[in-house]
Design a protein around this ligand. Structure first.
Ligand SMILES: Nc1nc2c(c(=O)[nH]1)N=C([C@H](O)[C@@H](O)CO)CN2
Length: 117
């Protein structure tokens, strides 16, 4: 089963970073998510409650980022994936997390993880 629900380019603000100056500011993070989900049941029933609600998940991510402080983006990605899997009963997630301001000479830096229930 290869169906997915995805979220692309979700921008959030977070206090994140290893250096002291980073602990006093908000920085932009950008998320891409691919979540495995059998889309046949929601399609057959036309019922939002049978699918992964990308709006609810986006709001959850935004809220998580604004209420948690970490040094590494690895830690944020790991803990957020665990919470999403538990809260929304997600079978598996591939999460790409970019920190656009971190290395001005790079197009993008970040992490990509895949986690399963
Ligand atoms: N693999 C990582 N490398 C770095 C991280 C990180 O979270 N994961 N963080 C930093 C600093 O916080 C950086 O973003 C400041 O510009 C450096 N390397």
């Amino acid at each position: 089963m290869k169906d997915i629900v995805f979220i692309e380019g979700l921008k959030t603000e977070a206090v994140i970073g290893v250096y002291d100056w980073e602990k006093a500011i908000q920085q932009t993070l950008v998320f891409d998510l691919e979540m495995q989900h059998d889309n046949r049941l929601p399609a057959a029933t036309d019922d939002l409650s049978k699918t992964l609600d990308y709006e609810a998940i986006s709001n959850f991510i935004t809220d998580f980022c604004s209420t948690n402080v970490f040094e590494l983006i690895e830690t944020l990605a790991e803990k957020l994936c665990a919470e999403l899997i538990e809260t929304f009963s997600i079978h598996s997630i591939t999460m790409t997390l970019r920190k656009p301001g971190a290395v001005p000479t790079a197009n993008a830096v970040g992490v990509k993880i895949h986690r399963q229930k």
